[in-house]
Write a protein that binds this ligand. Structure first.
Ligand code: 6GU
Length: 284
């Protein structure tokens, strides 16, 4: 539920100051890795690794085997901080906790956030394995009162009523498109609208048809809260979805949305996505 002022400025600051005292790195880029896409953090050079439970006031993972850590390091000669393991609303974290790391990034001096996720394909012309650059989003939990900016607004982070029509940076999207072409990913690259639902249940057939009518191209259970908080404090955002499965819209279909297919596709494309993000960072 939304308690007003879930966290104070001083709490985020304490976390950020602790991190700044424990690493010499000063990243301008943060990467929030989607489920199964955390392998990117292993590519960083000159790593400083902080398990979430060691970071003052940082949320901790309650799920065993879901160990999360912040990885600072260098990718393509650029200092980055990488979230290996994110907090999902469906795990029971409140919406302010889900976005806690984003304000810490801001206080570290980060200017650009790259978010990745696994998503279901709603657009009929999308294929399993496609990579979609986020052009826009539909914040369905926000419609239902779960916007991470609900509650007291601390002006040190941003304004009360932030604009979201430019949430996904046009220049970063152009760099992503160009890098994808160079990497040979152009044949399975899309650009579209991501719709977040709270999950954890997958969509019914009627819900999938509804989301298609609303103009959504992909559906998932993450990313949007982090993007809203990042834009609030003026960070530039690039979002990438991996289309891990196609949603079912036919009552006669025997297909069923399932986590195993999501994992299989993630494994198949994880290297492509890692290379894309890594090369992209060199180009921004
Ligand atoms: Cl089909 N739906 C949702 N909500 N999230 C997903 C997904 C589908 N596939 C991967 N993530």
């Amino acid at each position: 539920s939304t308690s007003p002022c879930r966290y104070s400025y001083e709490e985020y600051k304490e976390t950020a100051d602790w991190l700044l005292a424990h690493t010499k790195q000063r990243p301008k880029i943060a990467i929030i890795c989607g489920s199964g896409l955390g392998g990117l953090a292993d590519l960083l050079g000159d790593k400083a690794v902080f398990p979430y439970e060691d970071i003052p006031r940082f949320p901790t993972s309650t799920v065993p085997g879901h160990a999360g850590q912040l990885v600072f390091g260098s990718l393509q000669g650029r200092d980055c901080v990488c979230m290996q393991g994110r907090f999902h609303f469906y795990e029971g974290y409140d919406i302010h906790t889900v976005t806690y790391p984003v304000r810490v990034f801001y206080l570290l001096g980060v200017e650009t956030v790259i978010v990745t996720n696994a998503a279901g394909g709603l657009n009929g012309s999308y294929n399993v394995g496609d990579i979609m650059i986020l052009k826009d989003h539909i914040n369905m939990p926000g419609f239902a009162g779960q916007n991470p900016l609900c509650g007291h607004n601390d002006i040190r982070f941003g304004e009360r009523f932030p604009c979201m029509s430019d949430a996904y940076d046009r220049d970063l999207r152009a760099v992503a498109r160009q890098t994808a072409e160079e990497q040979g990913c152009g044949g399975f690259l899309q650009e579209g609208v991501y719709c977040m639902l709270a999950g954890p249940s997958y969509e019914t057939i009627a819900e999938c048809k509804l989301l298609q009518m609303l103009g959504a191209d992909c559906v998932g259970m993450s990313t949007v809260p982090e993007v809203v908080v990042a834009r609030h404090c003026g960070l530039r955002v690039l979002g990438l979805s991996l289309v891990t499965n196609k949603v079912v819209t036919d009552y006669d279909s025997a297909e069923k949305a399932n986590h195993e297919e999501v994992l299989r596709t993630t494994q198949r494309r994880t290297q492509d996505l890692e290379r894309l993000v890594s090369q992209l960072i060199a180009n921004i």
